[in-house]
Design a protein around this ligand. Structure first.
Ligand code: PFF
Length: 453
């Protein structure tokens, strides 16, 4: 059977934007920005996206389009045998990320339902009630059921294929995300607290950057890779379905631009909400955003409707990202073992569901997996791929980039050199810092948790 391809250029771009825009932009970006000092972090993050993220996205695109294969097959074909292990790393990373990503996405679905059935007022009167609500959503039977529901949606889209599954879904979802987000930002603008929120978000304090660069730098690098879906072969896989030769640099520019614009707009939504409820951004981690936003939605006018729309929008964004991860895993089974699409999607869906179950039992497993995946696996994957394309397959990569663009002259060479040195160095430093951070987590938080058992 001939390999499937995207029906349209817009379909490919929307699929990649759908993958990029997800929990990373909406759930992770505001609390990381809050933790790292607001606008100072924003500035460093934007620099990373342009200088490291954009060239790294092109790296994945050329590998995918050149080989028309899943990441394992692609690296095997372009490199020698040992490079296929990098492909296995991508597949393993996909399993891990999707397992907890689906659990967290399930929380957003659950909060959407709560908005419809009960509203968020209960949490406002009493912060402890908001915490308790989050606890009951995040772990236990509810969490398990919504994790299952979310995986069923992901599997259904992937089982339907590239054109009638992913492409149809993203053509609805991505415009919906953009419209809802702009509406929510406009609403945020009408809140009294918006001026204070914008000031916090938009006036960088260079002193903060100078003081905290050792934590801002790796956080910005990790966030840049996570948000652009880099370091685990998603963009390789999506580019492998490109039937024709288009200008990849232009497509990458549009994708990076849209993902970044959406992340920036999310700040214009979340920070006014938080300031309106008298809350300080960045006080806590994964659960904090749920607890503080429900408090905010209880406080602001029409908060119940706004909250429901907000949580639904995040659920949609998570779905358009999760499908890209399952597609990496499915393409591997289809290309390498000849498995049909439907059984591949269904079987993988069950496996990912099972792997996510511990997260629904205790949130310590969320930290265990998320920190490991973000600060080690994705960064390691991106580093190995940059080394591969920069130093091993650079001729093929440059040639592939020029197909659809024309002779790039010195620019193609410049891109390779950016990948060879700055990208490799920055990513290697981030990896080192990430390993240190993870070791700390294992020996402190996780050890405490184990000891309390
Ligand atoms: N880019 C997605 C987000 O920002 O939520 C998350 C993600 C998807 C990360 C796919 C990695 C990946 F391969």
């Amino acid at each position: 059977m001939a390999r499937e391809t995207w029906a349209t250029r817009v379909g490919f771009i929307l699929a990649a934007v759908g993958s990029a825009v997800g929990l990373g932009n909406i759930w992770r970006f505001p609390f990381i920005t809050g933790q790292e000092g607001g606008s100072a972090f924003l500035l460093v993050y934007l620099a990373f996206i342009a200088l490291i993220g954009f060239p790294a996205l092109l790296v994945e695109f050329v590998v995918g389009r050149r080989t028309e294969l899943n990441p394992v097959g692609a690296l095997q074909e372009l490199g020698s045998g040992a490079w296929r292990y990098v492909g296995y790393l991508f597949v393993a990373t996909g399993f891990i990320i999707l397992s907890y990503y689906s659990v967290v996405a399930g929380w957003f679905l659950r909060y959407t339902v709560i908005g419809v059935t009960d509203g968020y007022a209960a949490g406002a009167a009493d912060p402890e009630a908001a915490e308790a609500l989050f606890g009951s959503v995040a772990t236990g039977l509810d969490s398990l059921l919504f994790h299952a529901l979310f995986m069923v949606l992901v599997v259904a889209i992937i089982a339907a294929g590239i054109r009638s599954g992913i492409e149809v879904a993203v053509k609805v979802m991505v415009p919906a995300i953009i419209v809802l987000l702009i509406g929510l930002a406009a609403y945020g603008f009408t809140l009294d607290a918006s001026a204070e929120a914008y000031a916090y978000y938009l006036s960088p304090d260079f002193g903060v950057i100078a003081e905290n660069w050792t934590s801002i730098l790796p956080a910005a690098a990790g966030q840049a890779f996570f948000t652009l879906s880099l370091g685990m072969g998603v963009m390789i896989t999506y580019a492998s379905y490109l039937g024709e030769d288009r200008n990849l640099a232009e497509d990458a520019g549009i994708i990076v631009g849209l993902d970044t614009a959406i992340a920036v707009i999310v700040g214009f939504v979340v920070f006014p909400f938080l300031f309106a409820a008298g809350l300080t951004p960045g006080d806590g981690g994964a659960g904090e955003i749920f607890v503080s936003l429900t408090a905010a939605f209880a406080e602001i006018p029409a908060g119940r409707v706004i909250g429901t729309v907000f949580f639904a929008m995040v659920g949609i964004a998570a779905l358009s990202s999760a499908i890209s991860i399952l597609e990496v895993l499915a393409s591997y089974l289809m290309d390498e073992f000849g498995v049909d699409r439907v059984p591949a999607a269904a079987g993988l869906g069950v496996a990912v569901f099972v792997l996510g179950v511990p997260v629904t039992v205790d949130l310590v497993f969320l930290d265990l997996l998320d920190l490991f995946a973000d600060s080690i696996l994705l960064v390691l994957g991106a580093l190995l791929l940059a080394l591969f394309v920069g130093w091993v397959a650079s001729d093929a990569a440059r040639e592939e980039l020029e197909i659809g663009i024309g002779d790039l002259g010195g620019l193609g060479e410049a891109w390779i050199w950016v990948v060879r040195i700055p990208v490799v160095v920055v990513v290697a430093v981030s990896l080192y810092l990430g390993v240190v951070e993870y070791a700390e987590f294992l020996t402190e938080d996780f050890a405490d948790w184990l000891a309390a058992r």
